[in-house]
Design a protein around this ligand. Structure first.
Ligand code: SAM
Length: 217
């Protein structure tokens, strides 16, 4: 199923994502509806629908649309689920999650990015997203446990706190590996409480920095 889109650039981006195998209708609908140009710095707005990461300041990036789609699909979104995002950045991934999940908690370590993302999400009327400033490598205990956790920065290993904050049946998607390239890992907590881990694809993300991640630069 393909959502209706009038903007040709957004349509091209969506077709590319469909061609590369993303098929969850809720994810495709979310990508069709979120105005990505509102999440990139004004001088880069004409490149908002290019399928690659773009700089958002403070040495950070807004992720490639295809990766946003893949990671969201791997979380198995549903309207009754609660998701934690680690690494709010521009707020774009949080906006996509807000369309596919019931509630979104998004945590960002850089206060300036968190404030900007919060303003953008409010302006779009996305009231099911809460943006928090903090070290997301520790998760966010006050709202735990989560049906899904997505980490949009790469750690040297999977933070134990994030595994602990997954509900039975919950899924964690996180890039893990050295700075040059990482594996996109999926951790699933089985109903009996045990954990499975699998590698899905290679990717490149900015570092996850924190108590259970890379040290501060
Ligand atoms: N999801 C973002 C978006 O849609 O624009 C892209 C995120 S960017 C690739 C990675 C973000 O993770 C950066 O904003 C960075 O500051 C943040 N980050 C890195 N370590 C973090 C940590 N321990 N806790 C929370 N945020 C962290």
């Amino acid at each position: 199923m393909k959502p209706k889109i009038s903007d040709p650039k957004r349509l091209r981006m969506l077709n590319l994502i469909l061609d590369r195998g993303v098929s969850d209708p809720a994810v495709l609908e979310a990508l069709a509806r979120v105005p990505r140009e509102k999440f990139v710095p004004p001088p880069l707005r004409d490149r908002a629908y290019y399928d690659g990461p773009l700089p958002i300041g403070l040495n950070q990036t807004i992720s490639q649309p295809y990766i946003v789609a893949v990671m969201t699909e791997l979380l198995r979104p549903a309207p009754h689920k609660l998701v934690l995002e680690v690494g709010t950045g521009s707020g774009y991934q949080a906006a996509v999650l807000a369309h596919c999940f019931g509630k979104v908690v998004s945590i960002e370590r850089l206060p300036a990015l968190a404030a900007q993302a919060r303003d953008r999400l409010n302006a779009l009327g996305m009231h099911n997203v809460t943006v928090i400033v903090g070290d997301g490598s520790l998760g966010f205990l006050p709202r735990a446990p989560y049906d899904a956790i997505i980490v949009t920065a790469a750690g040297p290993s999977i933070p134990p706190n994030l595994k602990d904050q997954l509900k039975p049946g919950g899924r964690l998607v996180i890039p893990v590996g050295p700075h040059s390239q990482q594996e996109l890992m999926v951790v699933e907590r089985r109903p009996d409480g045990s954990l499975t881990e699998s590698a899905t694809m290679r990717c490149v993300f900015v570092p996850l920095r924190g108590a259970q991640a890379w040290p501060e630069a």
